[in-house]
Design a protein around this ligand. Sequence first.
Ligand code: ASP
Ligand code: MG
Length: 259
Amino acid sequence: SVKDADGVRNVVDIINSIDERVFVIISAMGKTTNALEGVLESFYNDQKEEALAKLQTIMDNHNKILANLYGYPYIPKKILFFYQELENIITVHDPSNRRYEMWYDLIVSYGELLSTAIISDYMKSREMSNRWIDMRTCFVTNNRYKDANIDIQTSSKRLLKIVNSSSEPVLIGQGFIGATLDGVTTTIGREGSDYSAAVAGAILNAASVSIWKDVDGILNGDPKIFKDAQLIPELTYVDAIELAYSGAQIIHPKTMKPL
Ligand code: ASP
Ligand code: MG
């Protein structure tokens, strides 16, 4: 839903239309996660130039979205900082110093850091009060890099502390990422942002969790393949879990349990 500037404007309008206090979990923009996986491959194979070139494409994409949102070239400080951190990782570090999965999480997690920072900043420019939250400081996970599980108990304390100590009507955090107790960045599995949202919803005792996708809801088939796919207006948790585990890609299988 946030693959381009129109998508961002749409998401911001949706957030704006909600009267209650809202915690927004956002995934990476468009195909950024795949693109970052490409950066990682090159870096891990010691092809630093190639990694930097791939990173440049990612930065150009984000800069294009920013320019479209603001109407002139503009890159917020936090974004520049993240770009620099990524460039640093690639140029300074020796890939053989860490396990592949650790590099994966360190590099691929930037997709969500970038998207959330862009949206938070853009909302501020439209005078919509919000707070950007680094979910690596809230979601504590085990050290199963690339497929980490969130420790709900420890994460509860951290997330509640931040939410209860802030007054903004909108809180914005990243899906898909967390950190170990030692503060090392982790990711929770591809398409994991739904799971992040469900965990946040459970911890915060949210009235509801809404997942915005690029389709109208859960359909009985992939509308790209089946032109006459029908919308399923309501499903029980059990049916939704069964669909998710059977491979319907609409909701991440881990999502249902915290809900
Ligand atoms: N950005 C991550 C991915 O593409 C997480 C997500 O989309 O939920 O897998
Ligand atoms: Mg995604």
